[in-house]
Design a protein around this ligand. Structure first.
Ligand code: ATP
Ligand code: MG
Length: 266
């Protein structure tokens, strides 16, 4: 296990004013996550899991406390800088996929690359779709895909920028158990084979057993933090293509051609 700390959080709070009252969604969270970990965040409804994920994903700001991502203090960054960090270092997957209704899969996955001037955006999107086993669905729209396939498009979209951390808030919450296992198998392979650091919210203990560590949140605080002793293998393996030799290569047409046949069928 790589020991570099990728996420460092200290005394993070998030409060809301409701009339005369201050409500604490987060009441002082401290947490270190090392590169390559797969952390399952658990806790009762309303305990603050999504609030924490949204702050870790730079979609929201803390009221107080420190959040360092890859050694950079992002808790007090200006909006523009925060957007850049979000785009370059983070990928987010939501329970409801959050795909754009009329776009084809390849266009969905190209969206995060709009901000980069890379010339190979389409090739990179196709490669990301191939990594999640969707090379035969690149021109499909959301209505033409199953829930599991839509979630895999969302994962490809989150991964296309090669983020340091993949954040997933109940990624299998809308899926039946068989398809949930497929998504979990995919996340496990991305974590184990490609070293993607993953933070995943789940309510299910058998899903959390697929992670390497579980963090329990209660009333806006960390109330438990344990390694997973006997990590469970998710069932229903899906094909995942190998990554490109160089993630940041500006031209990769040759690599894509090489990567595509390596992927198995869906
Ligand atoms: N914009 C807001 N204004 C006021 N209170 C909020 C706001 N967002 C969240 N909260 C409160 O913060 C607390 C934590 O909410 P959060 O969505 O993080 O919970 P959660 O653990 O993700 O729950 P669930 O498992 O149901 O998704 C809740 O009590 C919620 O009502
Ligand atoms: Mg939530």
């Amino acid at each position: 296990m790589n020991c570099k700390t990728i996420i460092r959080v200290r005394d993070l709070t998030k409060s809301y004013r409701l009339g005369d009252e201050t409500v604490y969604a987060l009441a002082g969270v401290s947490l270190d996550v090392a590169e390559g970990e797969f952390v399952a965040i658990m806790g009762a409804s309303g305990s603050g899991k999504s609030t924490l994920m949204n702050i870790l994903g730079c979609l929201d700001r803390p009221s107080s406390g420190v959040y360092e991502l890859d050694g950079v203090d992002v808790s007090s960054m200006a909006d523009d800088d925060l957007s850049t960090v979000r785009n370059q270092k983070l990928g987010f997957v939501f329970q409801s996929y959050n795909l754009l209704p009329r776009m084809r899969a390849v266009e969905q996955v190209m969206v995060p690359l709009i901000y980069s001037n890379a010339l190979d955006r389409e090739a990179r999107a196709i490669e990301a779709l191939t990594r999640v086993g969707l090379e035969s669905r690149i021109h499909h729209r959301p209505t033409e895909m199953s829930g599991g396939q839509q979630q895999r498009v969302a994962i490809a979209r989150a991964l296309v920028t090669n983020p340091s951390v993949l954040l997933a808030d109940e990624p299998t919450g809308n899926l039946d158990s068989r398809v949930s296992e497929e998504i979990l198998a995919l996340l496990q392979r991305l974590n184990e084979e490609f070293g993607v650091t993953i933070m995943m919210v789940t309510h299910e203990s058998d899903i959390a057993e697929c992670a390497t560590r579980t963090v329990q949140i209660g009333d806006g605080r960390v109330v438990g933090d344990h390694p997973v002793e006997a990590r469970r293998r998710a069932r229903h393996e899906v094909a995942v293509a190998p990554p490109r030799a160089s993630a940041d290569a500006t031209s990769s047409v040759g690599t894509i051609t090489a990567a595509a046949p390596a992927a198995g069928s869906v």
